[in-house]
Design a protein around this ligand. Structure first.
Ligand code: SAH
Ligand code: SF4
Ligand code: F3S
Length: 488
């Protein structure tokens, strides 16, 4: 195992605004490897967990090509920015970062700079014209080609590969776990997205949906468990539409998401399983019953709503309406109980949204009693169906104010939900010291809530029973207890 070192630059709060989470969180995904005679690579990731997971694939591809990763950009021969295009401000962050890197490059002319990921895919070769310091542009399906592209760039040519694939899942590439706490890890189970939510660039930047071989997923989960990891999160833009079919002429049955969840849950009862993201149109009772059946599948679902109004949902092309969404919430609570953690994504001020329609989003949130949420004001993306077809983007002040109302309500709901957890005993998987103090440990309970408690003799990777004594809207606070009774 590599000695891993990381710097998390932002993120961590449960309630995030458009400046955080997908799109603007940035993590330097790096690790120092002993590398006296090797060229050094520094990777920085923006955007969603899938991008972070991709950076681990990129590190693996580059290591096989003779590069070592470094945590210092001053030390690097090659810098990759793995970028996000989900909202305009996500792209602006990358542009600002490129400006800073330009200064570095002027001091060290041999330094090569590559832009990877969704912004690279969206802008393609145009990015080279707009940002002169960039040497390499690579889309999310072309990472195997990176060593060749770097060779090209070293010979003085600009190098671009933004081809999307219908098959690429990087199933055979063993990711290098970077920026890791050694306890929790992400596993990509699929790539791309076949939905066409009208506001979204992802179908254009990540291409068609494809599912990864379930046996390679189970093997990865098993290897992680053997290395001491105790939680895996299965990642996809729409995990409920996971479907893997054996190649034509080969034996075996096709596997859907409920089947995959079960296969991963069976890896080991002490390996927690989470997943993200569920789409309200696709999540099935089968998935909910599989969650109920296995204690190690966490009682938590991220179910983006995007809006609480049926007309807006139709304009967004989400293919469900308010009643359908609320029906799914009822079903989750019915099968998995009131305690099941539910989080959401919400967009404020989508094209032509009226005040009344905005209030529908607020009442949907109240009905669902979400534990937390990721909330954004609508950002029109060039080329997206909404930019092309839907009525004009709304006024900015309305969007911002509506977003504040949505965030304020979520704060209240989070606090209410957390208060219900006070007084109960929770099984917590310890992820490391708390952000505020080395004397406190931090982990998460089944419902994905952050729990902080005094360290005593406990260590990272332990399962600890914690009696929660107080809370904020973002955190549960408690003390470790011996007994395993009455687990919330
Ligand atoms: N596949 C996931 C979401 C991926 S993007 C899903 O279907 O829910 C993460 C979140 O970013 C989305 O859920 C949405 O809330 C937000 N988002 C996407 N495009 C956006 C845009 N153009 N403006 C504002 N928020 C956006
Ligand atoms: Fe975007 Fe919709 Fe696909 Fe999610 S399901 S990635 S919001 S198009
Ligand atoms: Fe951003 Fe691409 Fe993820 S646009 S949110 S990095 S899929």
């Amino acid at each position: 195992m590599l000695k891993e070192q990381s710097t998390i630059v932002s993120g961590g709060l449960k309630i995030l605004t458009e400046d955080d989470k997908a799109g603007c969180e940035m993590v330097k995904v790096t690790a120092d490897e002993p590398a006296a005679d090797k060229k050094k690579l520094f990777i920085e990731s923006y955007g969603c967990q899938m991008n972070f997971s991709d950076s681990e694939i990129v590190a693996s591809v580059m290591r096989n090509a003779g590069f070592a990763t470094t945590s210092s950009e001053d030390d690097a021969d090659l810098i990759f920015l793995n970028t996000c295009a989900i909202r305009d401000n996500a792209e602006q962050k990358v542009r600002n970062r490129l400006k800073a890197l330009n200064t570095l490059k002027k001091k060290r002319p041999g330094l090569l700079i590559g832009v990877l990921g969704c912004m690279a895919e969206r802008l393609k070769a145009k990015l080279l014209e707009e940002e002169k310091m960039v040497d390499i542009v690579t889309g999310p399906d072309a990472y195997r080609e990176l060593p060749n592209l770097v060779d090209e760039a070293e010979s003085g040519q600009k190098a671009v590969n933004v081809l999307l694939s219908r098959e690429e899942t990087y199933a055979d590439i063993s990711p290098i776990r970077l920026n890791s706490n050694g306890v929790t890890a992400f596993i990509s189970i699929m790539r791309g997205c076949n939905n066409m939510c009208s506001f979204c660039v992802v179908p254009f930047t990540r291409g068609r949906e494809r599912s990864r071989d379930p046996f390679s997923i189970v093997k990865e989960a098993g290897d992680l468990f053997d290395q001491g990891y105790r939680e895996v999160t299965l990642l996809g833009q729409n995990v409920d539409s996971y479907r893997w079919k054996p190649a034509e002429g080969t034996a075996g049955e096709s596997v859907g998401f409920a089947g995959l969840l079960e296969m991963v849950a069976l890896v080991h009862p002490d390996l927690r399983v989470r997943f993200s993201t569920s789409h309200p149109k696709d999540i099935t009772d089968d998935v909910l019953y599989t969650m109920k059946k296995y204690g190690n599948i966490c009682n938590y679902i991220h179910l983006p709503a995007q809006s609480g109004n049926s007309r807006i949902l139709k304009l967004m092309n989400r293919t469900y309406d308010r009643e359908w969404y609320l029906g799914k919430i009822d079903r989750i609570r019915e099968i998995l109980g009131e305690d099941c953690g539910i989080s959401h994504d919400m967009i404020s001020g989508f094209c032509s949204e009226t005040e009344e329609e905005h209030r529908d989003s607020l009442t949907l949130m109240e009905y669902a009693r979400f534990d937390y949420g990721y909330m954004f004001s609508y950002s029109e993306r060039p080329g997206s169906p909404a930019a092309k077809k839907v009525a004009v983007d709304g006024p900015d002040d309305g969007k911002k104010r509506r977003l504040v109302e949505i965030i304020d309500l979520q704060q209240q709901l989070s606090l209410e939900r957390n208060r219900q957890a006070v007084g109960k005993i929770h099984k917590v998987l310890v992820e490391g010291p708390s952000k505020r103090s080395e004397e406190q440990l931090q982990g998460r309970n089944d419902q994905n809530k952050v729990v902080v408690f005094p360290k005593e003799h406990y260590r990272k990777g332990d399962y600890v029973y914690v009696q929660v004594t107080e809370c904020t809207a973002a955190t549960l606070i408690g003390v470790a207890v011996q007994e395993e009774a009455v687990i919330a």
